[in-house]
Structures are given as structure tokens and as C-alpha cells.
Write a protein of this length. Structure first.
Length: 124
């Protein structure tokens, strides 16, 4: 069994006394990071070690299966990698706009543009 399987068993042992649990509760009981617990919970749900009881807002409630530890021991034989968010290939020049002068119509805060026009005589 891998280290991920051992961590999954730690999560199961921590939350097995509850009727249902959330990722936040599992995080507070195990001391692992929230993203790692969510990743482990996703794997356990995929393998059938936990089931989704319901959703309230964006919070998912899970319930531990009866044979969760056996499922974890059988399925966590290899290391699974977390998928990271990858941004699409954005073309160059879609970020910040660079202008020659500070007072360009349609750009910036109107009150700052007005202040800039008032101070233009003092700057000379």
C-alpha cells in the first residue's frame, strides 16, 4: 500500500464515528491540507470507499462505506497524481495596456484624469 493509502485510512479512522462528514471536517480532524484531503476524498469516492450523501451549496457531504478499509487496501496500490489547473494559451498582449501619455481618453479613473489635467500647468 502506498503513502496515499495510509493517509486515506487515517481519514477513514478520523471520520468513521460520524454519520456524515465534509472535507473541512476531515481536514480539521487529520491535520492534512484541505487540497490534499479533497484529492484523497475524490479517489476514495471513485473507488467506492465513501459515498456522497448530499450537497448543500458547494459543500459535499460524504458517508463511509462498511468495507472502506478493504477497498482502500485493494485500490491504493499505485501512486496517483493530482491534476493541476492549466490555463489556456493566451495570446500575447492581452494583459496590461501601455500608453505613451498618462491622460488618454477612455483609460483610467475619471477623477485621476481630472486631477492630472489640473496639475498639468504646475508641472511645467
Amino acid at each position: 500500500m502506498t503513502q496515499q493509502g495510509e493517509r486515506a485510512i487515517d481519514v477513514i479512522n478520523a471520520v468513521s464515528g460520524f454519520e456524515y462528514f465534509t472535507a473541512k471536517k476531515a481536514t480539521s480532524l487529520t491535520g492534512m491540507s484541505r487540497s490534499y484531503v479533497s484529492f484523497i476524498l475524490g479517489l476514495m469516492h471513485k473507488f467506492g470507499a465513501i459515498t456522497v450523501v448530499g450537497k448543500i451549496g458547494g459543500t459535499v457531504k460524504y458517508q463511509v462505506s462498511r468495507n472502506a478499509i478493504q477497498i482502500i487496501e485493494n485500490n491504493f496500490t499505485e501512486i496517483f497524481k493530482q491534476s493541476h489547473c492549466v490555463r489556456g494559451n493566451e495570446p500575447l498582449g492581452t494583459g496590461m495596456v501601455i500608453v505613451d501619455r498618462a491622460n488618454v481618453k477612455g483609460m483610467g479613473n475619471p477623477s485621476l484624469r481630472k486631477l492630472d489635467t489640473l496639475l498639468s500647468g504646475v508641472r511645467v
